[in-house]
Design a protein around this ligand. Structure first.
Ligand code: PMP
Length: 393
């Protein structure tokens, strides 16, 4: 067989990525062992029946042919209105490209902002696909590390030092995996860095409807930022539509024009009946989004209560998204060792902090994606297990 391209063979970057425990949990389940999975970011509910009905009706009405590549005018308008209302930044359909999910948006944004070999920045700990998306686009990923003591927020001096010679900066708030919502001073420092170093800012806001504390701020609304910011949005988390693959990029109109060229030559758009269902879901208003966020809001309150009654497992307050980042360093184990032991002894699967880079070493990420009782029971077991380990250490 001829050699594959460096671009595709290099996407994964090689090395251990800390996902072994996830695959081991899946293998145990395949062997019939009951494992509680608190691993990946997917709701324990399915897409609402009303959204599926809208999808069915659109398909039956014939919206099954090629859809117009940038997205249907109705959906682009609805997203532009939503973004204008939430951020105060004037936004029209010309600022919006519909994409098959946020992930396709992340890749397309880096294709638009980086030449081959350019440095693309991202913040560690990070969502699993970030370095691969950057490498896939031909750019070179450079991590900005953070510290648990700073709630994993990127610090101004670290941003400034990393930015020299870079082309783009990717941020994510509300954050996966930490659950942190970036405050105004962090956002101001990010904006300052982007302007000082003439960077594109790629802002992953797919969890913007899941905020438990504080306020979601979009950096596109900061002074001088709309002209250099590409916002990644998605219906996956806000409307439990992970399998429908529908998201968007909001960016300056000339950027969207070029992104339409890319979409024409890659995805060729998003199915019309999915777009019609997404429009229906957005028009259903905030109550539907709130109902989808509510289970995580409840479980986050349960977790705060359980964690406050012990002192072995530390945590930074989860202010948004569907995750808790727990500090298990008092047990003497690293995240991977703890996650493996918890899986073996209690059949509870969590993600080691090491699977999100180097900054969250000694931590684990817990996804709040099982029913309330199972969640509370599992978290209590996890804390007791940590206490046992600490006592034995
Ligand atoms: N960004 C973040 C931070 C995520 O957690 C995810 C999904 N887990 C995505 C982007 C991609 O989501 P999707 O492609 O389903 O919109």
């Amino acid at each position: 067989m001829p050699a594959l391209s460096d671009r595709i063979t290099g996407i994964n970057g090689g090395g251990s990525d800390g996902w072994d425990v996830f695959y081991r949990a899946r293998a145990m389940i395949a062997d019939g062992i009951a494992v509680t999975e608190l691993t990946i970011g997917e709701h324990d509910i399915r897409t609402d029946a009303s959204i599926l009905n809208a999808m069915h009706e659109a398909a039956m009405a014939g919206h099954t042919g090629y859809a117009i590549v940038p997205g249907t005018p109705g959906l682009r308008d609805a997203i532009a209105r939503r973004v204008s209302d939430r951020t105060g930044v004037a936004t029209t359909r010309d600022n919006v490209l519909i994409t098959p999910g946020g992930q396709a948006g992340l890749f397309a944004a880096h294709m638009a902002c980086c030449n081959p070999g350019d440095t693309a920045l991202y913040v560690d700990p990070y969502y699993a696909t970030y370095p691969g998306s950057i490498r896939g686009a031909g750019a070179v990923p450079r991590a900005i590390t953070t510290r648990a003591a700073d709630a994993f927020l990127p610090q101004p001096d670290a941003l400034d030092a990393a930015a020299k010679g870079a082309a783009s900066l990717l941020i994510n708030t509300p954050n996966n995996p930490t659950g942190v919502v970036y405050p105004a001073d962090t956002m101001a420092a990010i904006g300052q860095t982007a302007r000082d170093h003439d960077l594109w800012l790629i802002s992953d806001e797919v969890y913007d409807t899941q905020v438990w504390e504080g306020t979601h701020l979009s950096p596109r609304a900061l002074p001088g930022m709309a002209e250099r910011t590409l916002v990644i949005g998605s219906m996956s988390k806000s409307h439990a539509m992970t399998g429908s693959r529908i998201g968007w990029i909001v960016a300056p109109a000339p950027v969207i024009e070029r992104l339409i060229d890319l979409a024409t030559n890659t995805t060729y758009g998003v199915p019309g009946y999915i777009q019609d269902a997404a429009l229906f879901a957005l028009n259903a208003g905030p109550s539907l989004e709130e109902a989808i966020a509510a289970p995580f809001r409840r479980r986050r309150a349960l977790a705060t209560d359980i964690l406050s009654r012990q002192s072995t497992v530390g945590h930074i307050s989860s202010q948004g998204a569907m995750y808790l980042m727990l500090d298990i360093r008092a047990t003497g184990l690293d995240g991977e060792g703890f996650a493996n032991a918890l899986l073996d002894q209690h059949q509870i699967a969590v993600m080691p902090g090491e699977s999100f880079g180097t900054s969250a070493k000694g931590h684990i990420r817990v996804a709040m994606t099982v029913d309330d009782d199972t969640f509370a029971r599992s978290l209590t077991t996890l804390c007791r297990f940590a206490e046992t380990l600490r006592a034995a250490a």
